[in-house]
Design a protein around this ligand. Structure first.
Ligand SMILES: [Zn+2]
Ligand SMILES: [Zn+2]
Length: 216
């Protein structure tokens, strides 16, 4: 028996029906409930996106996750397909499950990005450090050590917030003390002198900076 859509009068010969209505009218109904603009938190320095896991490096997956968080649509799957950066319009593909069947459609949406800083960029800009490495030795030996040490810091996602020339070497202010001690655990031949300096208390826990003195 041929059905006719009560909204647009299309017949079931022309369009797929989901329950009483044709697929097109179902999609229009869903679209009418969707937001036209959403706000996405984005770091203005590194471009990372705040998704369900925290600030995450920008990717299609991170955008899909962050956008899905804003939609509050339990029966749907939202996939981010691309962004027109100048117009700030994202193209989405939305799959929606109804009890009578599923529909899928493309949906463009305006995105407002916040202009905030992620915690890691904030710490970087605030000169955050947990360790000081007092590195001493000839220019050649210092350079040789840094050829191995600096890539290790980068791989571990740490940063050097300040470097001071000291005449017979340098002082490096480093964001992550665990990573520095990890480096020396891997290179046991280097035996830095380590001291600790209390610099604060966080949630009842004393915070210490590690100071490594190393002659190479
Ligand atoms: Zn219809
Ligand atoms: Zn950032």
């Amino acid at each position: 028996m041929i059905k006719y859509c009560p909204t647009c009068n299309r017949s079931s010969d022309e369009a797929r029906f989901i329950g009483e209505f044709c697929e097109f009218c179902i999609i229009d109904k869903i679209k009418a409930t969707l937001p036209k603009v959403i706000k996405i938190r984005r770091c203005k320095v590194c471009g990372s996106i705040r998704d369900s896991k925290g600030f995450t490096e920008y990717s299609d997956e991170a955008m899909s996750d962050a956008i899905s968080q804003q939609f509050h649509m339990p029966n749907s799957k939202i996939r981010f397909k691309g962004l027109d950066e100048s117009k700030k319009i994202a193209e989405l593909h939305i799959s929606y499950e109804l009890s009578e069947g599923g529909v899928g459609f493309n949906y463009p949406i305006s995105i407002k990005f916040t202009k905030e800083m992620c915690p890691s960029c904030y710490r970087r800009s605030a000169g955050y450090y947990e360790a000081i490495l007092q590195l001493r030795g000839s220019d050649r030996n210092v350079a040789k050590f840094l050829d191995s040490f600096n890539p290790f810091l980068i791989r571990g996602n740490a940063f050097v917030s300040k470097t001071e020339e000291m005449g017979n070497g340098i002082d490096m202010y480093i964001s992550d003390k665990k990573l520095v001690s990890g480096y020396f655990a891997l290179h046991k031949i280097l035996k830095p002198k380590v001291s600790y300096k209390l610099y604060g208390v966080k949630k009842g826990k004393k915070l210490y900076r590690h100071i490594y003195s190393l002659t190479v």
